[in-house]
Design a protein around this ligand. Structure first.
Ligand SMILES: [Fe+2]
Ligand SMILES: [Fe+2]
Length: 248
């Protein structure tokens, strides 16, 4: 085991052990600043292969987030319009907008004393857009992750697939709530909305941040051939785009 992986394992244990988080995160930040995205992705994969639960990687990802800052706009600017990753980053921007709407709507509903019919309509619209992101996740899974896995990078795609599955269930729950909420006691509706909205906002924002800042940069490093990206673009075209994908 290389010393970087040993250091990562040690940091993860401490992040998961409940040791004073600020201190460990500070150390994690310093350490992660010395590791490139590709190297980190492979190290994370080796940790999973060695028996670490993919869920435990989330703590490391959270520390990683603090290190990376917003490199995503630079990465996006370096790619031509229509590039697989360029389109995915644009879609993330739209999805983050829907999550902002959901967060605001939930805050509004939590202040209200009785049901307002416009809230249910807005909620239905947001749920439809979030569920409409399915072609984005399918392109990631069937084209991008598949290519990464072919090249030996299994860990991060495994974590992302697991989150897609979990998120899919909650998006359906949000849609059902938008439909059934009117018939429900308002207090009950508020409680259910608060739980599902908070989960989606937190988890999907975190998921997108990890893809933008860890997985996509790693993919650009791991797949250097322009012709492979062109082939992947055709496969993505075959799967299709979301109702909110900007024109390419
Ligand atoms: Fe994803
Ligand atoms: Fe994504």
């Amino acid at each position: 085991m290389s010393s970087k992986i040993e250091q990562l394992t040690e940091l993860l244990k401490r992040l998961n052990s409940g040791e004073e988080p600020a201190r460990v995160r500070e150390e994690a930040r310093d350490f992660l600043a010395t590791v490139g995205p590709e190297e980190l992705s492979f190290a994370e994969q080796q940790l999973v292969d060695a028996g670490l639960a993919p869920e435990d990687l989330r703590n490391l990802c959270a520390a990683h987030i603090e290190v990376l800052g917003d490199r995503v706009s630079r990465m996006k600017a370096s790619l031509p319009a229509g590039h697989v990753i360029h389109t995915m980053i644009q879609e993330h921007e739209r999805i983050l907008g829907f999550l902002d709407e959901l967060e605001t709507l939930n805050q509004t509903v939590q202040q209200e004393e009785c049901a307002v019919s416009a809230d249910f309509e807005r909620l239905e619209g947001i749920a439809a857009h979030l569920l409409g992101a399915e072609p984005h996740h399918q392109r990631e899974e069937q084209v991008l992750f598949a290519e990464l896995e072919k090249r030996g990078l299994f860990g991060p795609p495994r974590v992302m697939r697991m989150e897609h599955e979990e998120l899919r269930g909650r998006k359906h729950a949000l849609q059902e709530l938008a439909g059934a909420g009117k018939e429900m006691e308002f207090k009950e509706f508020k409680k259910k909305l608060d739980a599902v909205a908070k989960f989606l906002v937190l988890t999907l924002r975190d998921h997108i941040f990890k893809e933008n800042n860890i997985l996509y940069p790693a993919a650009l490093q791991v797949i250097p051939e322009a012709e492979v990206w062109q082939r992947m673009k055709l496969a993505c075209d075959g799967i299709g785009y979301c109702c909110f994908t900007p024109p390419r």
